[in-house]
Design a protein around this ligand. Sequence first.
Ligand code: ME8
Length: 526
Amino acid sequence: MTSPAFITTPIYYVNDRPHIGHAYTSTICDVWARASRLVGRDVFFLTGTDEHGSKVEKSATARGILPQALADENAAEFQRVLATFGLTNDDFIRTTQSRHIDQVQEFLRRLMATGDVYLGTFEGWYDEGQEEYHTENKARELNYQSAISGKALIRATEQNYYFRLSAFADRLAKHFADHPTFVRPTERANEMLGRMREGLQDVPITRTNFSWGIAMPDAPGHVVYVWIDALLNYITALGLGMPQAGGLGSPQAKRAKYWPADYHVVGKEILWFHAVIWPALLMALKLPLPKCVYAHSFWIADGKKMSKTLGNFVDLPTIERYTATYGLDAWRWYMSTQGPLGTTDADFNGKHFHETYTNDLVNTVGNCPSRVGAMIGKYFGGKLPADAQAGGEWPSRCDAATAKWEQCMEVFDLSGAARCAMDLLRQVDVMINDTEPFKLAKDPANTPRLSSILNQCAQTVRIAGVMLEPFLPQRMEELAKAFGGMPGKDINWSARKKYGAISDGHAIEKVALFPRVDATAISQAV
Ligand code: ME8
C-alpha cells in the first residue's frame, strides 16, 4: 500500500475565529492522514483559509482595516491553532497567495475556452451571509430568509459570468450511480440526488458589486465568486494549474500524483458545493473526480445549536481549557470517537467528555498497559518473559484486529478503527481477570503459564498501541517506548503490526498514560 493519498479539510473563512467545528474537521483529517502514513501511504494532507468575498471585505471595513490585513491576522491564528493541536498538514493554502490566484485565473480562462463559462444576466435571491444564490422556489421554501443567519434574502440582478452547471446533470447523475460511495454517508448522497432531480441551474461565478476577490481574466470589474475561488484550492495547492509545469492536469505538475483526492471532508452545510458544483467544474476541466466527499454533521452543545448569542459556543479558549485539563490526546479521542461523522449531530457536553475520558482512556487504554507493565515488573524484574505457547490465539486475534482496523480506516470509520484497538485491550483485561496472574505468581510451578500470559498481554498491548497512534500520538509514543522501544523511522507497517515483535527479555516499563481527572476540574479551570 504505497499509493499516494490526498485528504483535505474545507478552507476556513478568515472572518471567523477558530472554533470546535474547525478543530473537529481538521482533527479527524489528521487522524486519517496519520493512519495512512502509518500503513505506508505517501500522504498529502491539505488545509488552509478562504480569504476572499464580501463577508471578509465587510468585516474588515467594520474594523477599519484592509481585507488583506484581516486575512493575515486570522490566517495566522488558524495556523497557530494547527500548530498547538499538533496537526500534521503538509501544506496550508491561503486563497490570497499568488500561487492560488494565478492558477484560478488559468482555470477560468480554460473554462471560457471550452464554453462552460458564458456571460449572462442573473436575477434571483442572494444570501449575503452564506454568499449563496437561491432560485425563486428555494427562496420561497426558505421564506425569503437565510437558513443559517435568519436574515432576509436580497433580490439581486447582475450581469455575470455563468458556469453551465445545467449541462452536467446527466453526467453527474451517472457518476453518482456508478460510484455509490462518491458522497458519504449514503443518506447525504440521496439528498444531493433529490436536489439534482429538481433541476440544475447555471451558476453565476463572478460578481461586480465588490472588489475583494480574484479578478476574472479579461473581464474588467468582475471578480470570481468566492466559492469557485475556494473550491479550486484543492487543485491549485497541487499545482495542477501551473502553466510552467506543463499546464492543466499535466503529469509534470508539482504534486500531481496526489490527484484525485481520496477524501474531501466537509460539514453537511457545504456539501452541495462539493458534491455537485465541484465535480461539474472538474468535468468541465477534464480532470478526474475526487474519490469521496465525506459530509459530517454538526457538533451542537448541551443539546442546542451552538451560537454566540446563547453563549454555548465551543470556542478556542474553551477547547484550550479541555486540552489543558485532559491533554491533547484526550481531545483528539473525543473528537474522533464521539463526533458527528454520521448523519446525526453530536452533542458536546462536559460530563460526556469526562465519562469518555475516564472509561476509555483512564480505565482501558491507560490501565491495561499499566497492569501488564506492573506485573512484568513485579514477577519478572521488568523483562519480558518467554511464551512457550507462541501466543496461543493472540496472533490471529491481533491479525484480525489490524485487518479490521485497516478496513475501517480506508472507509473513514474512525470510531470503528478505534474500537478494534479497544476490543483487544478489553480482551487482555478479560484474560487477566480470568487467569488471575497475581494468584498464579504465588506458586513457582505456575511460572511457565504466568510467563506465557504476560508475554501475550504485552505483545497484544503493543499492537493495540500501534493502532491507537493516529488518535493518541503523544501517549502512544510513550507506550511504544515502554513496550519494546520506539521503532526506527524506516520500520514498515507489516513489521509494526506483526505479533511477537517484542523479544524475550526486553525491558517492559510501567507506564502511567492517562491520569484520573477530577470531574469538577473543567468547571474550575477558567
Ligand atoms: O464554509 N460542527 O468555511 P467555514 C462541525 N470557506 N463542524 C463544523 C461546525 C460544527 N458546528 N461548524 C463549522 C466555509 N464546522 C468555506 C469552505 S471549502 C472549499 C470552503 C466545520 O469557515 C465544517 O467542516 O464556515 C464546515 O464545513 C466548516 O467548518 C465550515 O468552515
